[in-house]
Design a protein around this ligand. Structure first.
Ligand SMILES: [Zn+2]
Ligand SMILES: [Zn+2]
Length: 676
């Protein structure tokens, strides 16, 4: 009956994710730019825009100018004849289904940031519309000219040494870039750039989707451009990509398994060149990390340099104690979010402003509502979005895109599955051997449970809040309310429970996109009595961190019912934001060390306790670091849950049957209680 002892197994997909981070972070490491490279380039400014400016800047498509300089048509003019030129970072030439891309001379060898998303999915595996893609390891590309070919080079960004030093030569000898493509240069442009056919690059299995679709392969003859947009700072390309099979591999969500078409979105921008200063990590505060291997480091125990992932926030007025940022972090609530949930989500996002204010920033986060008519794509790197999807999976995720050289977060697109708020869960209804194992805490094959959540491999970095456990908590709360209160009260209370839960999950997922990792110690500080104290004066919040997985708080009959879910950030969250974002004087990451150590040294305070995914694996010894546990005494929580369940079970048949209904609800409710 007691859920705590096998909860750890339920979150294997997350653990898996963390293991991946380990692969990227501990073993490989990711490099940072040398000081020379960080210099601001007058042409290349920070491409991150938090405003829909790029929409305003979207260039109108104009007919290509015909040359007056030469009498005979050059190959360039021939190729672009009758095409529409779409202005932007990389000018595009489009005629019906044909597209050419120009790389201006000044952008050859420059570093581009390429982020991939699934814009329209197939509703299966992790191929869901809205999913950020790319192994948690976003791509840095450069276009390189070699004789009559244009190479697309994926840069090796993981190793570095001080530029100009002997070690830099050694690094250059030891590590290599990956040349992904070498395509013919079709023409030189009058301005000295080059023109190429992007089909050779993008009409391939570039995102390695076939890895997730065994039996399927990329079908170029059934692939086309879905949309091609140009902006001053970025280019947005969408490919309607078809994968085909002989029909032997079955995909239940597509009408015919011989072909599945999904839309892959590529957002291409320049790697930002700005005055962003990376911040060093401290193991006492839970941030996602960008790890670099510095071969100029000879004295330390190891060569890794670890930076936290965070946004580039600068005070508009550096002298003011509290100042608005020069550029706030803007989140757009996507137009797909149902009206009745928008407020809770808005509140959950802006809750973080309290923590930023303590760290010196006023209104660091701005929440905007996406109007029903807009022509920007949520996958555009310039827009942070909160998206509502219908994959039937009941989960939420807060991935972000990070400059692999500095840890600067560039983009975040949170997805929220509609089933998340569904009251009735079917997964506990059928008692298959697998489910019985789950219910009884028996043997659980770690891999079996990752079914359907393979996407953790694609978003990576441990930042995926595959938060399906929350849907179960909602179901438990709903069952309890339906069984114990009158139908009228119950309806009102159920809505309250959903709204409180939504706000919490919004806070949690946004926390990930600000750089924060899980803290499973959060809900272990206050006692159940304090959480449910009738006197507000004595009541304590259920968690010190919204980065925990907090279960629904339901009390047995006759006891005072505290909030179902915490509604504010906790002390740990404030502290973590302070560590990551408080502006600190100095001129290098190392110069911040003393000030950072001072902040981190508070970690001994009980409300700042921190333990994350790798501390919360099956068999880990700390009984207070758990997913979906509540209170400072795990035994007391188990007893409380048992009591609640025992009170509810006898009422199930009475409450969950109606004249015109069958027994499904009873069965579902029973399953939910059995696994509580
Ligand atoms: Zn975005
Ligand atoms: Zn999470």
């Amino acid at each position: 009956m007691v859920r705590t002892f096998f909860l750890k197994n339920l979150c294997i997909s997350i653990v898996w994710c963390v293991a991946l981070e380990c692969v990227l972070g501990c073993c490989g490491g990711i490099t940072t730019a040398t000081a020379e490279e960080i210099k601001t380039d007058p042409v290349v400014q920070d491409s991150k825009k938090n405003e829909p400016a790029s929409v305003a800047k979207q260039s109108s498509s104009v007919k290509s100018p015909t040359s007056t300089a030469s009498t005979s048509e050059s190959s360039f003019e021939k190729l672009i004849k009758d095409t529409k030129r779409i202005e932007g970072l990389l000018p595009l030439y489009r005629k019906e289904d044909k597209l050419y891309i120009e790389v201006p001379n000044r952008l050859l060898e420059k570093e581009f940031f390429v982020s991939i998303s699934i814009a329209q999915g197939i509703g299966d595996r992790s191929l869901l519309g809205g999913m950020s893609w790319g192994d948690g390891d976003d791509w840095v590309w450069a276009f390189r000219k070699r004789a009559d070919k244009l190479q697309v080079v994926r840069k090796n960004v993981r190793f570095f040494a001080k530029s100009g030093s002997p070690e830099a030569n050694a690094v250059a000898n030891a590590f290599t870039d990956s040349i992904l493509f070498s395509v013919p240069i079709l023409a030189k442009t009058p301005a000295g750039g080059v023109l190429f056919d992007p089909e050779k690059i993008f009409f391939t299995d570039l995102p390695k989707i076939s890895k997730q679709l065994s039996g399927f392969s990329f079908a170029k003859d059934r692939t086309n451009w879905a949309s091609t947009k140009g902006f001053e700072d970025n280019v947005e390309l969408r490919v309607a990509a078809t994968y085909s099979s002989t029909g032997k591999s079955v995909l239940e969500t597509v009408p015919d398994s011989r072909a599945a078409t999904l839309t892959v979105h590529y957002s291409i921008s320049l790697l930002p060149q700005n005055n962003y200063r990376p911040r060093l990590t401290d193991a006492r505060v839970g941030y996602f990390v960008t790890a670099l291997k510095n071969f100029s480091e000879h004295t330390g125990e190891e060569r890794f340099v670890r930076y936290i992932n965070r946004w580039h926030l600068e005070k508009a007025d550096p002298k003011a104690e509290i100042s608005p940022p020069k550029k706030p972090i803007v989140f757009w609530i996507e137009r797909t979010v149902p009206y009745k949930y928008r407020q809770a989500i808005r509140d959950g996002i802006s809750a973080w402003n309290d923590a930023y204010r303590k760290a010196g920033f006023d209104s660091a986060i701005e929440v905007r509502q996406q109007p029903d008519k807009t022509d920007w794509d949520p996958e555009d790197i310039n827009f942070n979005t909160f998206r509502w999807i219908t994959s039937g999976r009941g989960f939420a995720m807060g991935p972000s895109r990070v400059n692999p050289r500095t840890g600067q977060i560039l983009d975040a697109d949170i997805i929220f599955d509609a089933d998340f708020v569904k009251h009735w869960r079917n997964e506990f209804e059928t008692f298959t051997p697998g489910n019985i194992e789950l219910l009884t805490g028996g043997h659980v094959n770690q891999h079996a449970n990752t079914k359907g959540y393979g996407h953790v491999a694609s978003c990576g970095c441990g930042q995926c809040g595959v938060y399906s456990g929350h849907a179960f908590q909602t179901a438990l709360g709903m069952t309890a309310l339906a069984a114990t209160t009158s139908p009228v009260i119950s309806e009102k209370e159920r809505e309250k429970l959903i709204q409180q839960g939504l706000k919490l999950v919004a806070m949690h997922e946004v926390g990930h996109t600000l750089g924060l990792r899980h803290n499973f110690k959060g809900s272990s500080i206050a006692s159940l009595k304090q959480i449910n104290s009738a006197k507000t004066r004595d009541r304590r919040p259920a968690t010190t961190s919204v980065m925990d997985y907090v279960p629904v708080n339901i009390v047995p009959k006759g006891e005072f019912q505290g909030p179902y879910y915490p509604s504010q950030l906790g002390a740990y969250d404030f502290w973590a934001i302070d560590y990551g974002y408080r502006p600190i004087g100095g001129n290098s990451p190392e110069s911040e060390k003393a000030a950072l150590r001072k902040i981190a040294s508070r970690s001994g305070e009980s409300v700042l306790a921190f333990a994350t995914d790798e501390d919360t694996m099956p068999g880990d010894p700390d009984p207070l670091s758990n997913r979906y546990d509540l209170g400072d005494d795990p035994i007391a929580f188990a007893q409380q849950r048992s009591k609640v369940v025992q009170e509810l079970i006898p009422q199930l048949i009475e409450r969950f049957t109606a004249d015109d209904a069958g027994y499904e609800r009873v069965r579902q409710a029973f399953g939910v209680l059995l696994s509580a």
